[in-house]
Write a protein that binds this ligand. Structure first.
Ligand SMILES: NC(=O)c1ccc[n+]([C@@H]2O[C@H](COP(=O)([O-])OP(=O)(O)OC[C@H]3O[C@@H](n4cnc5c(N)ncnc54)[C@H](OP(=O)(O)O)[C@@H]3O)[C@@H](O)[C@H]2O)c1
Length: 243
């Protein structure tokens, strides 16, 4: 069975850019009513311009439990939750021996934000609905570039949390997407570094291109709408893990 999204209410945290924004565009096109959220109301209002359909923008900080609780109180009953929020990932890279405790603790933020949002969401999400979390392909294949050990641990925590919730929250379905290298704001560095990444993908990845937010969003929609998928950790990585 594939669940229709028409008339369904979908909350996406991390939707002002990247994968979250692509999920918002695709679900709105399928006639869902979409709530987009991230920290910045300005960014959300700009993102809204790119989404055609029924969309509401509500700012919230996933790392602040009061803010997250207020978001879900305002949303009320809804059907599907997607969490893609993360900030400054590339600024948190550090070799282990030099990693400060502050940076290491920030590296785990992705898990805590996911926890705050999932905990608040279960009060009002439909039993027929779903939760999609975002991990990383680094849980299967550690980055050779290094400096991401704690962030990889946070992504692993998100993935295992998702599988545990699939059992605990059933019949609500819970799945985890594990992106490879995707051309989004997390790589907000210079154009030359970005083109180096694109070149690496063309020459090295089995699919011969860098991941696009739309490709990841398509995977999110698959697990959201397929009523037989729960507890899955889905790598969407262009074949990075088979290289
Ligand atoms: N892109 C990749 O190569 C890649 C690889 C592996 C895993 N991932 C994972 O994919 C997910 C999505 O990343 P992306 O590539 O789409 O990045 P992105 O374009 O940078 O999007 C991140 C989103 O999170 C929001 N955000 C940041 N901090 C937040 C907070 N504290 N509370 C609420 N919203 C917050 C940002 O908006 P505001 O600034 O408005 O808050 C933005 O909408 C992340 O979990 C990332 O770890 C990405």
């Amino acid at each position: 069975m594939v669940d229709s999204l028409s008339g369904k209410k979908i909350v996406i945290i991390g939707a002002s850019s990247g994968i979250g924004l692509a999920v918002a565009k695709q679900t709105a096109e399928l006639e869902a009513s979409v709530v987009i959220s991230s920290r910045s109301q300005d960014k959300l209002d700009r993102a809204k311009e790119f989404i055609s359909g029924q969309v509401e923008a509500i700012a919230a900080d996933i790392l602040n439990e009061d803010s997250v609780n207020a978001l879900f109180e305002r949303v009320g009953s809804f059907d599907h939750l997607v969490i893609t929020a993360v900030a400054d990932e590339n600024l948190l890279r550090s070799p282990l021996a030099e990693m400060s405790t502050a940076i290491a603790q920030r590296g785990m933020e992705k898990f805590w934000g996911t926890f705050f949002a999932a905990r608040a969401a279960v009060k009002t999400i439909a039993q027929t609905g779903s939760i999609t979390l975002t991990s990383s392909v680094s849980i299967f294949k550690p980055s050779r570039a290094g400096g991401v050990s704690v962030m990889s641990a946070a992504s692993a925590a998100v993935a295992v949390f998702g599988r545990a919730l699939a059992a605990e929250l059933a019949p609500i379905r819970v799945n985890v997407i594990a992106p490879g290298v995707v051309d989004t704001g997390v790589w907000s560095n210079t154009d030359s570094q970005r083109s180096d990444l694109a070149k690496w993908a063309e020459e090295s990845l089995p699919v011969q291109h860098l991941g696009q937010a739309e490709e990841l969003a398509h995977a999110v929609l698959s697990v959201m709408t397929n009523t037989y998928i729960t507890g899955a950790i889905l790598p969407v990585d262009g074949g990075l893990t088979v290289m």
